[in-house]
Write a new protein. Structure first.
Length: 349
């Protein structure tokens, strides 16, 4: 099955054109220094002009009724420009955990707000590497800490996956409720803000929680992450090739040296293989494909970003150059939702 259909190609071009106008390097750097950690005006444009937040939400909940493959296209383009946005945490993870829960009342109440661009965060205390401490449920009360929450500090609603004995249960929590504490935490990657959310005997609303909710949400998260990684890896490869075409040494552009051609060819092979694995996982939404994409795309992006640093020379590690931002994004995404080696056992079986 071909991933790049005519409709997805048109969606990709629309997102790319909008980001080219409003999310260049200077805009990204301004966004990461803003109070929300992203450009709210750009997010509004993406939501209103293209409808990115509504893509994978069914029409009955004010969505577009497209598939996760369409959100994959958007995430890939956002990864290409390192654009900070609530797309991943809210429009993908929060929307999908509601749909996967099968709780029609919660979907009808919350999904229209997500489709309209409102930020909803998922506080996930799972074994997949998101947290170092868990959130536990006692009746309708939550206690514990969720780390590395996407958009947790600015969300208007918190969806919390908590441990209740041997089960994992889903709660809806008001972020302004007594006992909720939120703070943004320092990260290696300045283009993605992460938060710590703590709960001290906080009352929440229990939502439906199928037994396979965590596994299915993990699959969605890993596939979506691979889309960002592929877009960013392609961008840093393009950045390196362009630099090699213009940088001169010993009276020749460095891209003419055979050794450097080989290194850039290896980078290209890594990116294209990662793209194939990411697209395959996006189409299948199979856990095994998702695990494989997480492993390969993480390692490929790290290798490509490291090569970019080497081929750019000393300038690449300065704050003024974008190569260091891609390098940090590569290492940040490799750790998100668990490190690659944590999924090797699952793939082997």
């Amino acid at each position: 099955m071909t991933f790049e259909t005519e409709d997805r190609a048109a969606l990709r071009q629309s997102v790319r054109d909008l980001l080219a106008k409003h999310s260049d390097s200077a805009a990204v750097r301004k966004a990461i220094a803003s109070p929300d950690g992203f450009d709210t005006t750009l997010w509004s444009r993406l939501v209103e002009q293209i409808g990115v937040a509504a893509l994978a939400i069914p029409e009955e909940f004010d969505g577009v009724g497209a598939s996760l493959a369409e959100t994959h296209v958007v995430l890939e383009e956002l990864g290409r420009t390192l654009t900070p946005s609530p797309m991943f945490g809210s429009a993908v993870l929060a929307a999908q955990v509601l749909l996967l829960s099968g709780d029609t009342e919660a979907c009808a109440r919350l999904l229209p707000h997500i489709a309209a661009g409102e930020v909803v965060a998922v506080c996930w205390a799972s074994e997949s590497g998101w947290t170092t401490e868990g959130v536990t449920a006692s009746g309708d009360s939550l206690t514990g800490t969720a780390h590395y929450v996407l958009g947790g500090d600015v969300a208007t609603t918190l969806l919390v996956l908590a441990s209740d004995g041997d089960a994992v249960v889903l709660f809806e929590v008001d972020p302004d409720a007594d006992g909720v504490e939120r703070r943004r935490v320092p990260t290696m990657d300045p283009t993605r803000s992460l938060s710590q959310v703590s709960f001290t005997a906080v009352a929440g609303r229990r939502l439906s929680s199928p037994a396979d909710l965590v596994e299915r949400l993990t699959t969605v998260a890993l596939v979506a992450l691979s889309a960002e990684q592929v877009g960013a890896a392609q961008a840093v490869l393009d950045l390196t090739v362009e630099y090699a075409k213009n940088r001169k040494q010993f009276g020749r552009v460095i891209g003419s040296f055979q050794a450097l051609k080989h290194r850039m060819a290896d980078m290209y092979a890594l990116v294209e293989t990662a793209r194939s694995m990411s697209y395959a996982a996006a189409l299948s939404q199979d856990p095994q494909d998702a695990y494989a994409a997480k492993i390969y795309c993480s390692e490929a992006f790290e290798q490509v970003a490291a090569e970019a640093i080497q081929l750019h020379g000393g300038i690449a590690i300065t704050w003024e150059h974008d190569a260091q931002l891609y390098f940090k994004r590569a290492h940040g995404t490799a750790q998100l939702f668990g490190r690659p080696h944590e999924y090797l056992g699952a793939v082997a079986h």
